[in-house]
Design a protein around this ligand. Structure first.
Ligand code: ATP
Ligand code: MG
Length: 213
């Protein structure tokens, strides 16, 4: 019997994936928020979930340690998508990749072609491509979280980060000044597994496709 390993991250992606899994009759045996287990069994003997960091999902799937997974477009653009088949936009965990600055900061003046801007972000590839396309020279400062702090303490002029409601920006007196790309999560499938485990994976893709809202 073929086995299936599905890579998911905790939090919003896990929560928003549960209904899709349920539509495919896949029910996790435990909740990763309360369990410390990184491998979660399901109601099927041959299907298990592995709980990994959101940004590590493409890597597990690329190398076949997981047959498929669900990852944000932000993570997929940064990763590059090598070895991954991306059949579905699941329309979950929707947000926007934006440029934000301190309230009152004159971004238009600072981002004139020819000037130099310091940009802090967890997404150096997306940020670099965005500013290169605008002809704005940037120094990218790689951070792993709490990007909102960087402009407040003079680490950077701007940040490139995900924005949904904007309440985190407002709470830190920042404002979004440029939209880069709309983000949502995608189903990513290991290209080899799609062939060798086609009979198991294809019906799940079809069921997910019908369950997208
Ligand atoms: P960690 O929080 O452990 O550093 P992470 O930020 O990558 O990791 P999540 O916050 O769960 O993990 O985000 C996972 C995915 O959800 C992101 O890659 C993105 O696609 C999406 N996402 C992130 N923030 C938001 C948001 N505010 N609203 C909607 N979707 C979001
Ligand atoms: Mg987060």
């Amino acid at each position: 019997m073929n086995h299936l390993t599905i890579a998911l991250s905790k939090g919003r992606i896990f929560d928003e994936t549960l209904p899709l899994l349920a539509a495919a009759d896949i029910v996790p045996a435990e909740n990763p928020e309360s369990s410390r287990k990184l491998i979660i069994e399901t109601n099927h003997d041959n299907i298990r979930l592995v709980i990994v960091r959101a940004s590590d999902v493409p890597t597990y799937v690329q190398y076949g340690a997981a047959d498929f997974g669900i990852a944000g477009k932000d993570v997929l653009i940064e990763h590059g998508g090598e070895g991954l088949y991306q059949p579905l936009d699941l329309k979950i965990a929707a947000c926007k990749m934006m440029v934000a600055v301190r309230e009152g900061f004159d971004y238009q003046a600072a981002a004139q072609a020819g000037s130099r801007l310091r940009v802090a972000t967890k997404y150096p590839n997306i940020a670099a491509a965005h500013f290169a396309a605008k002809g704005v020279h940037v120094d990218i400062i790689k951070l792993y979280g709490s990007m909102e702090l960087a402009p407040l303490v003079g680490l950077s002029d701007a940040i490139v980060d995900l924005v949904s409601t904007g309440s985190t920006l407002r709470a830190n007196r920042l404002q979004a000044v440029e939209h880069i790309v709309d983000i949502s999560s995608r189903l990513v499938v290991n290209k080899a597994a799609l062939k060798t485990k086609h009979d198991l994976i294809e019906p799940i893709i079809q069921t997910f496709a019908k369950a997208i809202v």
